[in-house]
Design a protein around this ligand. Structure first.
Ligand code: MSP
Length: 562
């Protein structure tokens, strides 16, 4: 059985979660649930990116230790995912001891992989570089920070010229490999980036690549990060992206930090060097990092890898599209072991970016409290095309919910159950009839095709379409008239059966997005059969099945007051 391994970006813990974070995690959750529905094994990994300068500064401002600070914010993220029913299998928090071990072991392994006949690493080198440094903002400045007069403004002052030694990870040597890899994946019909309109964007960025990546920060200016292994010399902390990107490896069950990019071939339990009390350095051996793959795979790792990374468009290039694959290559992953990037768009406010300074940041907690988690999930999944940007609007949230769920699907549930109770005491009888069967079959296939293409809005549309057609079917067949004519008894039975069966199928189709509503429909149908895609075939409700009592499923919600 294939395993679907899906990850998200890990969120910075320097502020509370906002609607963009919620969108991404719900999107990944929905795709994970769709694969569970198909019967695939799923591993869904999400988490938090807890290191870096911003966290260090925010913690200092509040007068608390950085760990205490990130623990507080992390708890907010986890509480939100619980509230929104985001069901992950693995939690990646970068201050986890096992993750730190893995980052350090990776660095060590890359450092120990020498150019034959030299003492120089194939991947990392040390270099001294000078630049203008803002003491106030604690960062190096580039020409972008200069004002119109060519000077650095007061917000940066005092500014001084500083010479700094750091470690660099080679990128530009791998430019041609990366371009070829991107092209090969597209030619093979398995684009590295989906939706594939972003492939060109990434390719252009790679074409322009002409530097390497500074992967260390002197501990004198950044303490809140993972210290470099001692063999690099004292006083270096890992650059936050070189730390964060490793989460996709370090939190995979079965990964063993002792082997860095190479994986443990047993049991699945992770054991750190700390835990095992083993020497911190990787044994140099013939099986060392310069061998071409991370084989031997542990069965648990190999069964999962490679992942689908769900990320926002802002972190495709360079982080996930350039640093990511080159890091994996350095760690011994083969081209066919590279991930796929599912790059989503942004939720904006009136066309502009949300920002704390503009005070327009949308809080998903408030929305979930006000309208319910499923109303929010439905809006986030139905009102944006995966890959594209859209504007957030509370009015649209209310409108989509009332139109699609309350008026269309909710109404269908309610009238079906009411009529079945009124005319047949809830009892269904199967009779052949020209009805909704072929439409339902089409919607099931189209829904799956949309999910397979990550078009969640398209998938939802198919379920809505079936509900709309079922409502039209009610109008056309007018069961209230059939009920008055004993000669039409079979017709009436057939209509009621088609409606109930359509509802059962719709519940399955919406379940990745609306798991509670789907369970609610099953409960009202009094149906305890499996909620799986295989069950979305027509005719599972047996002759003589007794439906339950109707209860309003999607009570209308009010538009926000101005
Ligand atoms: N910590 C890094 C990611 C490291 S992954 C190894 C980071 N964190 S973030 O908190 O700034 O962003 C997390 C995710 O939220 C990113 O994928 C980002 O694109 C997404 N979003 C942030 N704002 C967003 C919107 N307004 N709309 C949709 N998603 C957006 O980057």
């Amino acid at each position: 059985m294939s395993t679907f391994f899906i990850t998200t970006a890990i969120d910075y813990t320097n502020g509370a979660p906002h609607i963009g974070h919620a969108y991404e995690k719900v999107l990944a959750d929905v795709l994970a649930r769709y694969h569970r529905l198909k019967g695939d094994d799923v591993f869904f990994l999400t988490g938090v990116d807890q290191h870096g300068q911003k966290v260090q500064q925010s913690a200092e401002k509040q007068g608390v230790a950085p760990q205490e600070f990130v623990d507080g914010i992390t708890a907010k993220f986890r509480a939100l995912w619980d509230k929104l029913n985001v069901r992950y299998d693995g939690w990646a928090a970068t201050t986890d001891a096992l993750h730190k071990e893995c980052v350090r072991a990776n660095l060590q392994m890359l450092w120990d992989d020498k150019i034959p006949g030299t003492d120089d690493s194939r991947w990392i080198y040390k270099k001294s570089e000078g630049g203008y440094y803002s003491v106030r903002q604690e960062q190096f400045l580039t020409d972008k920070e200069r004002g119109a007069d060519g000077e650095f403004g007061p917000e940066w002052q005092p500014v001084e010229f500083r010479e700094e030694e750091n470690f660099y990870f080679r990128l530009k040597d791998h430019k041609q490999w990366l371009l070829d890899f991107i092209d090969k994946r597209s030619a093979d019909g398995k684009p590295f980036v989906v939706p594939d309109f972003r492939v060109g964007e990434l390719r252009n960025a790679v074409e322009k690549l002409d530097g390497d990546l500074c992967i260390s920060r002197p501990a004198a200016r950044l303490q809140w990060g993972i210290p470099f292994p001692e063999s690099f010399g004292a006083g270096f902390v890992t650059y936050v992206w070189f730390d964060a990107l490793v989460n996709y490896i370090s939190f995979v069950p079965g990964h063993d930090a002792r082997y860095a990019g190479r994986m443990k071939d047993e049991g699945g339990r992770r054991k750190s060097r700390v835990e095992s009390g083993e020497a911190p350095l990787l044994p140099p051996s013939a099986e060392g990092p310069s061998s071409s793959s991370f084989i031997p795979h542990p069965s648990s790792f190999a069964a999962l890898w490679p992942p689908l990374h769900v990320i926002g468009k802002d972190i495709m290039s360079p982080a996930h599209g350039v640093y990511g694959p080159i890091m994996l290559k350095a760690l011994g992953f083969k081209d066919e072991e590279m991930p796929t990037l599912l790059v989503h768009g942004w939720w904006n406010i009136a066309g502009a970016k949300m920002s704390k300074s503009l005070g327009n940041v949308v809080d998903p907690n408030l929305l979930a409290d006000k309208y319910g988690a499923e109303a929010l999930r439905y809006y986030l999944m139905s009102d944006i095309a995966t890959g594209k940007d859209t504007d957030f609007s509370e009015e649209r949230l209310v409108l989509r919910y009332n139109t699609d769920l309350a008026n269309n699907l909710g109404n269908l549930v309610n009238r079906t159950l009411n009529m079945a109770q009124k005319y047949r005491g809830g009892r269904l009888s199967q009779h052949p009839n020209e009805g909704l069967q072929s439409r339902a079959g089409y919607c099931v296939s189209a829904n799956a095709a949309c999910f397979d293409w990550f078009s969640v809005d398209g998938a939802l549309n198919q379920a809505e379409l079936l509900a709309t057609e079922a409502n039209q079917f009610v109008e056309q067949k007018a069961p209230w008239k059939l009920a008055k004519d004993p000669a039409q008894a079979e017709q009436l039975d057939a209509v009621l059966y088609h409606l109930a069966e359509s509802l059962r199928i719709i519940a399955i189709l919406i379940s990745p997005v609306l798991p509670n509503a789907a369970a609610g429909i099953f409960a009202q149908l009094n149906w305890t059969g499996p909620m799986t895609l295989a069950e979305a075939d027509w005719g599972k409700l047996p002759d003589g099945h007794i439906l339950g009592q109707p209860t309003p499923l999607f009570p209308r919600i009010e538009a926000p007051k101005e």
